[in-house]
Ligand binder design. Structure first.
Ligand code: AHR
Length: 579
């Protein structure tokens, strides 16, 4: 099948096929109240009295690594740069990220973390050592500069300043391949020991922060089964035990999110598209449980890191098969999260899942702006819809998933921003993050969407990926958060709905059970060209439309309304609730 670029051809080759409609038994009563209402393509029931868990800014976290042009020149342009900066950090990135209220940022890798000496990145910049970046081997021979030879100009003090600027908690990934438990303890000491208390506290003061940073989140290793040393789960459990024993704590260490010890240690789990993922977790947990020899208990992790990438070959020349196949992945991931949680819970410790790398990873045809921008890809409207499906999955699993950090914020994989020197653009992924931002701070509640599944059209030319392709995808994706009345503001329900159909809008009967709606607003992200993307030359091709008033009918006092969702769109509805 050729790669059709205009929408007409695209749709002809990919007319969605309808599958079976399933109504969950426990909703038969709720749905019975719909009798007599206008026929709709889909119905969405928001069960406002069935909370799942709070949606926090930690579900909307970020990951930045010394990989290609993520740090140099995505985040760090240098104090002397003509690119507007805040002490060397790209100003437009700071401004845009801060507005998204990211809860957490992970750094310095990724695989880079497993070869990183944290002490290289402190002290006067002119004296910091230069090292070979492990990702440099992946680059073409002609590439030199900071992407290949790490200058360490962006180290711990710069990263922690970046977190303060954007308002996020830092999450530091410790070298699981080369660092000793002593190195780790000293990194904690540098970041968290009280002002004037230790030599490392004095070094931190000389680097710009006499006050401790109180870093809470520490990942012990990155991918121990891969670039972290190709360890077995048992070998990694031993490393974890060594690193996690007697981690120093300081007076400023205070619990802030959910459960766990301070500092909050995150153990490294598997890549969860892999058939061995469940075995890894089972063996790791078994191994941790058999520890505690000599009368000391193992420090159980606060979190368990999972990585999930959706592999495709077609960043922006995809067919309908590529469109729907990608959109099917977040639901599959949801099932994997549940299975991972079910393996951890019987272990008797409240470990939260930490999805600290996620995003579609395109293997070809990626729109990289320069060879040094390793793993940079240009997101399209499809990536905005994948992001929406992902966030709906996060909300549905907020009881087991505590943290998610996207890979990666700028110039790499599923980026919100692309930058090259003075050039800078917000991608469709950014617009999906912005659209979903009002969910933060609410409580996710159960939603049930009754929509016909879409059978995925076949593409004989599709190149095989790591995992078998699904054959159908949800006909709608949705999630909702309830925000209690506070500070004189009335209560709200924030609802997001994605129509993945390329060929048609859908009419949705929506019922917010147990509440009445006083008024509402509607904001939609869509484009009539599925491959649409933002580039340096055309930065505003994909963006959200204006916000309009929600049209309410006679049933709004019962929390019900009907709306039309354009083809290939994400829509946010914010309902202000009546008394
Ligand atoms: O995000 C890119 C890489 O993907 C990370 O360095 C590694 O952890 C993963 O394999």
């Amino acid at each position: 099948m050729p790669f059709p670029s205009d929408r007409r051809t695209f749709l002809k080759t990919g007319a969605a096929v309808l599958g079976a409609l399933a109504v969950p038994p426990h909703l038969v009563g709720a749905l019975a109240s719909r009798r007599g209402r206008a026929a709709a393509d889909v119905s969405i029931d928001v069960l406002t009295a069935e909370p799942i868990a709070p949606v926090t800014s930690a579900h909307y976290g970020h990951f930045i690594e010394h990989l290609g042009a993520v740090i140099y020149d995505g985040v760090w342009v240098g104090e002397k740069s003509s690119v507007p900066n805040v002490g060397g950090i790209r100003k437009s990135l700071v401004d845009d990220l801060r507005a998204l209220t990211p809860g957490i940022v992970r750094w310095p890798g990724g695989c880079f973390a497993d070869s990183y000496r944290w002490t290289d990145g402190i002290g006067p910049k002119a004296k910091r050592p230069r090292r070979s970046n492990l990702w440099g081997n992946e680059m073409e021979g002609s590439v030199t500069g900071p992407q290949r030879y790490e200058p360490n100009h962006f180290g711990t003090p710069e990263f922690l300043r970046f977190c303060r600027l954007v308002g996020a908690e830092p999450y530091l990934a410790v070298n699981g391949r080369g660092a000793s438990a002593q190195d780790f303890a000293e990194w904690v000491e540098y970041c968290n020991s009280p002002k004037g208390s230790t030599t490392l506290a004095d070094q931190r003061a000389a680097d710009g922060s006499p006050a401790p940073y109180n870093v809470k989140y520490w990942g012990l290793g990155n991918e121990p089964w891969g670039c972290g040393g190709t360890l077995t789960p048992e070998e990694y459990a031993e490393e974890y035990r060594r690193m996690s024993a007697f981690v120093p704590t300081y007076p400023g260490d205070k619990p802030s999110i959910k459960v766990g010890v301070e500092p909050r240690l995150v153990a490294a789990g598997p890549l969860i598209d892999d058939a061995t993922a469940e075995a890894w977790t089972r063996r790791f947990i078994d191994s941790l449980k058999t520890a505690g020899r000599n009368g000391h208990d193992t420090t159980m992790p606060f979190g368990y890191s999972l990585h999930s990438y959706f592999w495709r070959h077609d960043a922006f020349t995809f067919t309908p098969n590529g469109w729907y196949t990608l959109l099917a992945q977040p639901r599959i991931l949801g099932g994997m999260l549940e299975r991972q949680a079910s393996l951890l819970r019987p272990a008797g410790v409240p470990i939260t899942l930490v999805l600290d790398e996620w995003g579609p990873w395109y293997l070809g045809d990626i729109g990289q702006s320069q060879p040094s921008h390793l793993l940079e890809q240009t997101p399209t409207l499809r990536d905005a819809l994948v992001t929406a499906f992902m966030f709906d999955t996060f909300h549905a699993h907020a009881d087991i998933l505590g943290v998610a950090t996207v890979a990666q914020t700028i110039n790499c994989i599923h980026s919100l921003f692309l930058a090259d020197g003075a050039k800078y653009v917000r991608t469709p992924v950014y617009h999906a993050f912005a659209l979903y931002q009002p969910h933060i701070g609410g409580t996710a509640v159960r939603t049930v969407a009754a929509a016909e599944r879409i059978e995925i059209p076949k593409d004989p030319n599709a190149r095989p990926t790591r995992v078998p392709d699904p054959t159908s995808v949800d006909g709608i994706s949705t999630s909702a958060t309830v925000h209690a009345a506070a500070g004189g503001q009335p209560g709200r329900v924030v609802l997001t709905v994605t129509n993945p159909r390329l060929d048609s809008p859908v009419t949705a009967n929506i019922a917010l059970h147990g509440v009445s709606i006083k008024s509402g607003t509607v904001t939609t992200l869509t484009h009539n060209e599925p491959h649409a993307r933002n580039t340096f030359d055309n930065p505003d091709v994909v963006h959200t439309g204006g916000t309009t008033a929600l049209a309410l009918g006679s049933e709004s006092s019962k929390g019900a309304f009907t709306m039309t969702l354009p083809a290939a769109s994400v829509t946010r509805v914010v309902c202000t609730l009546g008394a």
